[in-house]
Design a protein around this ligand. Structure first.
Ligand code: ADP
Ligand code: ADP
Length: 228
């Protein structure tokens, strides 16, 4: 069962300076529960691809389907984490994680328990009652990931989530995210500049090129994964 499938997906931006061919054609399909790593130079269309898949932007040509349905509007059950976190500094960590539940009005008690479990799994439970400005960059991204996963989205989109972090923290984050993937098994699109990072965390890696963002290579990663 392919949860994400695109065919000849293309995106062109029409700007005052002229036409920008931002993406494609890209044809990929990703089975449920798998992680697709996307690497390529700045400006090759990685973010555009993510936005089009999530319905935050429309394709110029081609098809994109999620769970067998064409994407025609912003998807609601998607968790997204960007390079710069969007935590609200005036709210506690736990209240930041609970934000999607307030917007969607889910059962508060069960969701709160899930929020604490995610913070625990991500190693930041001790900071639940603190405010984000008291946390390091890596910890803030852990909180962002918890928030993205709170409502068990059908898809997790990670747009260079670790790029702003120092090398040591980034390595730590990779290990934490890999362990989390074992337990959550959420279908994930993972944008990164780092090929080793993509290989470490993905079942498949596509390499995109500039002008216009096309897929140069599509590699199946066949590394043994840890079992816990
Ligand atoms: P990446 O994520 O790989 O860095 P992007 O998807 O952000 O690449 O951008 C791909 C290309 O599309 C770039 O040339 C970028 O300048 C252009 N682009 C992205 N968004 C817009 C936009 N809203 N309007 C015009 N051009 C855009
Ligand atoms: P990244 O490289 O991290 O993908 P960018 O810095 O390329 O991000 O783009 C950040 C934002 O600016 C995106 O929302 C993108 O759509 C927009 N953008 C990028 N290039 C252009 C452009 N040439 N014209 C208008 N908007 C753009």
């Amino acid at each position: 069962f392919q949860i994400i499938s695109t065919r000849d997906l293309e995106k062109v931006y029409f700007t005052a300076q002229g036409i920008v061919r931002a993406l494609g054609p890209v044809s990929i399909s990703l089975p449920a529960g798998e992680t697709l790593g996307i690497v390529g130079p700045s400006g090759c269309g990685k973010s555009t691809f993510l936005r089009v898949v999530a319905g935050l932007d429309t394709a110029t040509r081609g098809k994109v389907e999620v769970a067998g349905k064409p994407v025609t509007a912003p998807l609601t059950d998607v968790g997204i984490v960007f390079q710069r976190d969007l935590l609200l500094d005036w709210r506690s960590v736990i209240d930041n994680v609970m934000l999607p539940s307030e917007l969607r009005k889910t059962d508060r008690k069960a969701t709160l328990q899930r929020a604490y479990e995610l913070l625990e799994e991500l190693g930041v439970a001790d900071f639940a009652e603190r405010n984000p400005w008291e946390l390091s960059g890596g910890m803030r991204q852990r909180v962002s990931i918890a928030r993205a996963l709170l409502l068990r989205p059908s898809m997790l989109l990670l747009d260079e989530p670790f790029s702003a972090l120092d090398a040591l923290t980034r390595d730590q984050m990779n290990v934490i995210l890999q362990r989390l993937q074992m337990h959550e098994r959420v279908t994930t699109l993972f944008i990164t500049h780092s090929i080793p990072e993509a290989v470490f965390l993905s079942d498949r890696v596509i390499v995109m090129s500039n002008r216009p963002g096309q897929v140069l290579d599509d590699i199946k990663v066949d590394l043994p994964k840890p079992r816990t």
